[in-house]
Design a protein around this ligand. Structure first.
Ligand SMILES: *Cc1c(COP(=O)(O)O)cnc(C)c1O
Length: 373
């Protein structure tokens, strides 16, 4: 089992595990992330800029009791929250918390972030690495499963810990790369001219700082056959202030085509701040898509899915995938059976414009693409 206490030490930035001396001036935050306490890190880097996204990230709620108290949850929820937290720690930034209805244990956003005792139940078929990703890394931090595109684990941290996360047991520590390892990953892309698209994933790639991301993107630009940069991120949703001038700066500059695949499961996640963040990304030339996970008690109704698609399009985002749950241990209580998922999606199709329909898919280990249901 992975120790998530270790994960918690490296929550602010994640692109580089260590910094070689010649990069020392380049990335002081990245350099100290293992050895300094989070509090010291916060003081050093962001004390002068209140409410900067990094401050919001490091100030996220990490205590299950505090989460329950802040949301006026009945004490019956506390012990389950403690238990689940032992398995996969709580993390909820204030900006996300503000969209959760107080006192409502069934709030669809709360259900995504509140640990439950059910996470401790063993369920047959639910395992630590449901996608067998450990088998697909030709280099550390790099997953090449599908033709033409390579997934780079860019940051080990996430802004929010989603209880159904299929990488909740992922050994991020082993996949947090040093500069030398990044060079190796870049070398892998350079040597394979069939790779047209680099996908920054994680964790959440936008948990890394903009200087590091700009560095990586410049290196990707130097590879002639790489055309597209795809970013899989939940940060613009969870902390919309992440979409700031520094981020937009390197996005606007790159020659690469830009696609961002957001992760939003419920219409309530898109408040005005999120909609504004999406608009700024669109204005920077980013194509915005969304992937959701079909989750029991969150979005397992035609009404919820229809409202999500409509609200996404209001925010200039197109629905892309609706994933069925990956069978990761601790998340079985979120599962919606395949037959029910198909019925839901068939009904949804009668409610929505065709272009607002996400594709219902499953990821099956060993397949060369996502598999439509
Ligand atoms: C999902 C996934 C992709 C992207 O697949 P698309 O169908 O192009 O969205 C790429 N690499 C890995 C390892 C993936 O899991």
């Amino acid at each position: 089992m992975i120790s998530y206490a270790r994960k918690s030490m490296i929550f602010v930035e994640g692109l580089f595990r260590e910094t070689a001396p010649r990069f020392a001036g380049f990335s002081s935050v990245g350099a100290c992330m293992i050895t300094r306490s989070p509090a010291a890190l916060q003081r050093q880097t962001i004390a002068s800029t209140p409410r900067h996204w990094q401050q919001q990230l490091s100030g996220a709620i990490r205590d299950p009791a505090e989460l329950c108290q802040r949301l006026d949850l009945n004490p019956t929820w506390h012990s389950g929250a403690q238990l689940g937290h032992q398995l996969f720690e709580v993390r909820v930034p204030e900006a996300y918390l503000s969209r959760i209805q107080r006192g409502d244990p069934n709030d669809p956003l709360l259900r995504q972030v509140l640990p439950l005792s059910a996470e401790g139940d063993e369920q047959p078929g639910y395992i630590a690495d449901p996608l067998h990703e450990a088998e697909h890394g030709p280099r550390q931090g790099l997953i090449h499963k599908y033709a033409g595109r390579v997934l780079l684990i860019t940051s080990p941290a996430c802004a929010v810990n989603c209880r159904y996360c299929f990488r909740r047991h992922f050994p991020y520590q082993e996949n947090a790369l040093s500069r030398a390892q990044w060079e190796e990953s870049l070398g892998y892309l350079r040597e394979d001219s069939s790779i047209q698209e680099a996908i920054l994933s994680g964790g959440d790639p936008l948990a890394a700082n903009d200087r590091q991301l700009a560095w990586l993107v410049e290196r990707l630009e130097d590879i002639p056959h790489v055309k597209r940069l795809r970013i899989h991120s939940r940060l613009p949703v969870v902390i919309p202030d992440r979409v700031d001038e520094a981020l937009l700066g390197w996005l606007k500059k790159t020659r690469l085509q830009k696609v961002m695949v957001l992760h939003i499961n419920h219409a309530n996640e898109i408040d005005d701040a999120v909609a504004r963040a999406c608009q700024r990304l669109r204005d920077a030339g980013v194509t915005l898509l969304n992937q959701s996970v079909l989750l029991r008690g969150v979005n397992d109704s035609v009404d919820a899915l229809a409202a999500l698609s409509e609200r996404l399009f209001d925010a200039s985002v197109l629905p892309y995938y609706l994933h069925v749950l990956d069978p990761v241990s601790g998340a079985a209580h979120f599962n919606v059976p395949d037959d029910e998922a198909r019925v839901l999606v068939d009904k949804l199709r009668t409610q929505l414009s065709g272009f607002l329909m996400p594709t219902l898919v499953r990821e099956i280990p060993g397949k060369t693409s996502k598999t439509p249901l």
